[in-house]
Design a protein around this ligand. Structure first.
Ligand code: SF4
Length: 184
């Protein structure tokens, strides 16, 4: 899949959880938008792992000539936000808060940059709950007046295609979602 390099289209800011999901969704969205990548993942434990995943997202930005921004790593603030939900299972209430944390940061960045459209790669993974992601996106859309790009990216073989592209681009493939609780 090739990225369309035209720079005169409307912009969309894309929250990228990792390069495996990010490359595939960037190629999809670039058919209609100029994609701006946003790496905002303070959920990740440890900082080394955060940097390791970020390095591959930077490869996407370089290979596809996309603008990219990075959110400051603040795992302490993320832990505070999900406090009390540490023992929840994956796909449970902690994850809902985790999506919310990252998507709120995304819309704040969109507002800072003056970008009207926002999307997240979170729905690529079968380990994430699409209906939670969608409801947060729609709520943030109402609160901010920005436009949420709603799509369950794992559909139409999206998860497989993102993994194929990841292998092709030789990305690091993590074996846990991100936080220390998902390592259990
Ligand atoms: S398991 Fe993944 S989505 Fe859930 S809280 Fe941890 S990092 Fe976030």
């Amino acid at each position: 899949m090739a990225i369309i390099m035209q720079k005169s289209r409307k912009k969309i800011i894309l929250h990228v959880c990792c390069a495996t999901c990010g490359a595939y969704v960037s190629t999809l969205l670039s058919k209609d938008y100029e994609v701006v990548l946003y790496y905002s993942n303070s959920n990740i434990y440890s900082e080394e792992e955060f940097i390791r995943r970020k390095n591959d997202v930077e490869k996407i930005a370089r290979n596809y000539t996309l603008e990219m921004y990075e959110d400051k790593y603040n795992h302490k603030a993320w832990l505070e936000f999900i406090k009390g939900l540490e023992t929840e299972p994956e796909k449970g209430k902690r994850c809902l808060k985790c999506y919310e944390y990252r998507m709120k940061n995304l819309v704040n960045k969109a507002i800072d940059l003056g970008i009207d459209n926002f999307a997240t790669t979170l729905s690529v993974s079968p380990h994430k709950i699409y209906k939670y992601i969608k409801s947060i996106g729609q709520r943030l859309e109402k609160e901010t007046g920005l436009k949420y790009y709603d799509q369950d990216f794992k559909k139409q073989d999206g998860y497989k295609k993102s993994n194929d592209l990841s292998r092709e681009m030789n990305f690091y493939r993590q074996n846990y979602c991100g936080c220390e609780f998902s390592k259990r």
